[in-house]
Design a binder for this molecule. Structure first.
Ligand SMILES: [Zn+2]
Length: 421
């Protein structure tokens, strides 16, 4: 029998570890612990898609490849999906970091015009080209750390023109870069200082911003920072409802710093996901489990903000809430590395490496409505493969602080990572 020709075979991997099922529905409960593991594994790739996954010997007998990568000593896992980032902004806030170390708290800095509002001023001043450049630089780093699909929220413009500028920058960066970028409109990230009445800004979001975003097809999701001193539950509900009317699927920053009923709202609004959830009530989590709302947990955000509290992932998994992990990349949590999110998830959320991997791949893909395309190493999906310089996937939680990635294949294209370990 003639061998079929393919573009690329990655072979002789010590291990291949990928979500076991989960492409049609997010993994919950004990499913999150399961992985499909193959020793001496290979992946065959053609035209940017996976055409076979299995034992090296079997794939070598079936396919002849234009290019072969020897992955001896390595582990193959799906490209990581980062479902929560504030990708587009200008400037930095390292001075506020120092203030926090001296004892100032996050909302204190926020109420003094720092925090988000500081970044809003700098982002408004920045041109679109500068913002695109910033995004591309970040995407380069993310890709080296193994992220092949990333969500990108607006939310540092807070005028109609500046929010559209940010979303266009996200769109341009996504077109120019190998990493897939999924845009989310987060006009309701903060009430800008020129609005004395939050209700007036909410009106701008629902009457002008959302219709513009929808008309220009600049986002797939609509998110709100539902938090004490930012947007109330009622305002959040209104905004998500209008977003849904205009075709933007709801997401919610919920119960991050205070218990506000964000998890309950996310369930009632049938949000795709609720994020952070440090103070989510048990009732809210049960409602999320019933509606299949994905909990996007961001342990790097707790770590960055030094708030000594982490989401109750074990309780969520026990209740049947699908759990995903993300970085929350933003100027107050400047981290591009999903491996660090996984290492913290293991240590602080007491998730196992297998759960952390499922949460960072297939469940994260569901949070972005991309599980049919990415998030697992399965025939027909995009050939997004991370080559880890490790003998098995448990190294993902175990070894941390560096970069375990020795190579990334994005839609069949091999990107060599710097040997950073
Ligand atoms: Zn966020």
């Amino acid at each position: 029998v003639a061998k079929k020709s393919v573009d690329l075979i990655i072979e002789k991997a010590d291990e291949l570890a990928t979500p076991y099922g989960g492409s049609s529905k997010p993994l919950v409960g004990t499913q999150m612990q399961r992985l499909r593991v193959i020793r001496d594994a290979a992946v065959a790739i053609k035209a940017g898609r996976i055409v076979a996954v299995g034992k090296s010997s079997v794939l070598r007998s079936r396919f002849s490849a234009a290019r072969t990568v020897d992955a001896h000593g390595k582990t193959l896992v799906p490209g990581f999906v980062d479902p929560h980032t504030h990708l587009v902004f200008a400037g930095s806030r390292e001075d506020e970091f120092e203030m926090r170390l001296r004892g100032a708290d996050y909302m204190e800095i926020h109420s003094e015009g720092g925090g988000i509002l500081r970044t809003v001023r700098e982002t408004r001043r920045a041109g679109e080209a500068e913002l695109v450049k910033n995004c591309l630089k970040t995407l380069d780093v993310m890709l080296k750390y193994g992220t092949t699909t990333v969500e990108a929220k607006s939310g540092y413009g807070l005028t109609v023109a500046d929010e559209m500028k940010c979303l266009r920058a996200i769109q341009q960066a996504g077109k120019a870069h190998l990493v897939d970028v999924v845009p989310t409109f987060l006009g309701a990230h903060a009430v800008p200082p020129e609005y004395r009445q939050p209700e007036d800004y909410v009106k701008l979001v629902i009457n002008e911003m959302i219709p513009s975003v929808a008309r220009l097809k600049l986002a797939e999701f609509c998110d709100v920072f539902c938090e004490k001193g930012v947007f109330t539950v009622d305002q959040s509900k209104l905004i998500l409802g209008v977003g849904r009317r205009d075709g933007l699927r709801p997401k919610l920053h919920a119960d991050e710093l205070t218990p506000l009923g964000g998890a309950e709202l996310a369930a009632e609004a049938e949000a795709v996901s609720a994020e952070h959830l440090l103070f989510a009530s048990d009732k809210g989590l049960q409602m999320m489990a019933e509606r299949g709302v994905i909990a996007v947990l961001l342990p790097t955000a707790s770590f960055a903000l030094m708030i000594d509290r982490y989401a109750e992932a074990r309780r969520m998994i026990e209740l049947g809430v699908p759990v995903a992990l993300g970085t929350d990349f933003n100027p107050a949590c400047w981290v591009e590395n999903m491996q660090l999110a996984m290492a913290l998830a293991c240590r602080q959320l007491k998730m196992t490496p297998a759960e952390a991997l499922n949460a960072s791949t297939i469940n994260a893909a569901h949070a972005l409505n991309r599980a049919h395309e990415v998030g697992s190493l399965e025939v027909g999906k995009k050939a997004d493969v991370v080559i880890l310089d490790a003998p098995n996937h448990n190294f993902l939680g175990y070894r941390f602080g560096g970069n375990l990635v020795s190579g990334v294949v994005k839609e069949g294209k091999l990107v060599e990572a710097s040997q950073a370990t």
